[in-house]
Design a protein around this ligand. Sequence first.
Ligand code: PMP
Length: 458
Amino acid sequence: MRRAWRAIRNARCSSPVADTAVFGRSSAALRKAVAGEGCYLIDADGRRYLDGSGGAAVSCLGHSDEKVRAAVHAQLDQVAFAHTGFFTTDVTERLARKLVENAPEGITRVYPLSGGSEAVEAALKLARQFFLEKGEPQRRHIIARRQSYHGNTLGALAAGGNAWRRENYQPLLVQCHHIAPCYPYRDQQDGESAEEYGLRVANELEEKLVELGPDSVIAFIAEPVVGATAGALAPVPGYFKRIREICDTHGILLILDEVMCGMGRTGTLFACEQDGISPDIVTIAKGLGAGYASIGAMLCQEHIYRAIADGSGAFQHGHTYHGHPLAAAAANAVLERLIDDGLVAGVNAKGDRLVAALTDRLGQHPHVGDIRGRGLFRGIELVADRETKAVLDPSRKTHARVKKAAMENGLICYPAGGTIDGKHGDHILLAPPFIISDDQIDELTDKLARAIDTALTN
Ligand code: PMP
């Protein structure tokens, strides 16, 4: 508490953010964060914001975790940086071992990076190099899903299906192909079971493979639970089993992007554990650094690593800051908190509590169409009409209004909107810290419900 008040006092003495050299959003619309305390961020005026979305599913430990802070300080006093072209470090080795010990079956190698987009770029390049090593240079296509986001760098952006993010950069994007997402709320037909629906949409991958020629395809990439573009859209049972089967049948790689949904967010360390499959390559980021460090990682199966180690000998990739010791120290402490201190084990119970509170408060709301997700990764889809599922008028930008009203109520949530397959969906993503208390879950629900009503009526 003393830390927070010192920060507020200092901020008040500094000049307000009127004009800024920081190239970002209009700073006039931004509050200045000066302190973090548990599940709250505190601004320069001393106002507290309950972090209901961990920024964008980042801050799984809240904003003042002592173990992580201590680990970063200790590493800083030892060695801050040692280029991976010359050195490895204990912390980086420890991080890789811990991730492998807890990874989906068959995953044996870890390539630490600085964030989610970097991890996805590395995954796409590794997949291409794998086939080069195997003497299959004709493979060049990536298949992804329309409702997806894989990052803002050009390769990751090309894989993603978000039309708005892609639009300006279209001429620079490598050609990727997109199939339907698994979106039961919108697409499951009357009389069709969840399993039948899952098979039908998964089979679109096979149709696309046949169309392109399976020998020309490198990989299929998907988020197990879709985050930013859909608001915690979880697959139906059996969907990913069928996807895995199709990839194996046609000899393409399966890349799972767990940048947002991984690291315990859905109740298991890796979200795909709940779908009973293991990917060839998996990317992680946000929750791995928990906001204390900029870190991501790309993990792969031994057979992929071996093809390269026994072939040309090196993955033709790298970044100055990959394997950064300070970031690895933070991530090691985060994993200790998540796994050894049992925080992931508590996610499902807290997630159930959150869903119960949301359902109680918003389940009958005339403009809440769907409450969905897994663990502490939850989404709410807003609609004009619950019966017809008609979308809200996109020009009203209801999602932006919810975000503004929530901030005014002292709540951080992550609403978004967008048009996919001709359907517009305003949705709100919730991803609170795993340390959230029952009272804070009630506070979140109450502030969110009020923000939704304000956004819809003003
Ligand atoms: N993949 C997914 C699924 C993401 O949600 C994000 C970030 N929202 C990224 C990749 C890109 O991560 P970063 O912003 O750290 O580059």
